[in-house]
Design a protein around this ligand. Structure first.
Ligand code: NAD
Ligand code: APR
Length: 234
């Protein structure tokens, strides 16, 4: 790994599973008892805003009650210790466990549970309480706050920044994602086209496993720290 300079790391729900946050497509996944159309689409929000606000109130409370696990802490050490080039963690997760695990260079492409977005003035505010009682936006005073989450059918955040980082990386690492949802599921192909090595760290084979140069299977809390120690020792 000595020729590695610039690293892009994509993370999904699997990295936070051992912190007690449910993933989406396991047998007990979130989408089993919360139909996506009802709670994770703009149409669902228009149809029943209170149901959607309750769903994300629940996510917000669970994120606040969770703690970073050994995988988040290891990536925090890597972010602080990687001096040979750039490093960017692109997460599909809406929790703040990367940041609480010590990472600073984190980009949330699907938004954040602890953020509220005003559809009137476009301001974003850190939000830890409920949104069910239609609180006024701290910036414009209008009752037009929604969860700052990218729903199905909406455009993920900061895509230009992400593609630029992938185009310039030597190593692309995917951790804890099923590879079921685009555009994140296509990042590994982009990285391959840019000539980067690609490594998958996941509990089980994913939809993209055959595309990666290397796949290591195991629990994130075990295989991520082992990989980080390799990188920092290299
Ligand atoms: P998409 O249409 O590419 O999603 C396709 C995939 O999403 C499917 O392969 C399936 O895995 C999943 N999906 C879609 N509909 C589903 C359903 N009814 N039940 C279960 N799974 C379903 O995604 P999109 O519409 O282009 O969404 C744009 C972006 O928004 C994507 O990156 C997506 O990941 C993101 N998103 C975020 C959240 C969130 O809560 N953070 C929720 C939904 C979507
Ligand atoms: N360690 C490593 N990987 C794990 C662990 C673990 N302890 N537990 C689960 N996994 C893996 C599963 O094997 C699975 O491949 O994490 C992956 C979780 O996949 P999903 O539940 O599909 O979650 P994710 O890939 O993040 O979903 C992508 O879809 O619904 C949208 O926006 C939502 O961000 C989400 C996106």
């Amino acid at each position: 790994m000595t020729d590695i300079r610039n690293i892009v790391i994509l993370t999904g729900a699997g990295i936070s599973a051992e912190s007690g946050l449910r993933t989406f497509r396991a047998d007990d996944g979130l989408w089993e008892d919360h139909p996506v159309e009802q709670v994770a689409t703009p149409q669902g929000f228009r149809r029943d805003p209170d149901l959607v606000q309750r769903f994300y109130d629940e996510r917000r409370a669970q994120v606040r009650a969770a703690n970073p696990n050994a995988a988040h802490l290891a990536l925090g050490r890597l972010d602080m210790g990687w001096k040979r080039g750039d490093l960017l963690i692109v997460t599909q997760n809406i929790d703040d466990l990367h940041e609480r695990g010590g990472a600073a260079r984190v980009l949330h492409m699907h938004g954040e549970a602890l953020s509220a977005w005003c559809t009137n003035c476009d301001a974003r505010h850190r939000w830890t309480g409920t949104l069910r009682n239609n609180p006024p936006c701290p910036s414009c005073g209008m009752a037009s706050l929604r969860p700052d989450i990218v729903w199905f059918g909406e455009m993920p955040y900061r895509m230009e920044r992400i593609y630029r980082a992938i185009a310039g990386c030597d190593l692309f690492v995917s951790i804890g994602t099923s590879g079921a949802v685009y555009p994140a599921a296509g990042f590994v192909q982009e990285a391959g086209r840019a000539g980067a090595r690609t490594l998958e760290l996941n509990l089980e084979e994913s939809l993209g496993s055959r595309v990666f140069s290397e796949t290591r299977l195991g629990k994130a809390s075990e295989i991520v720290p082992a990989w980080v120690e390799e990188m920092l020792a290299g």
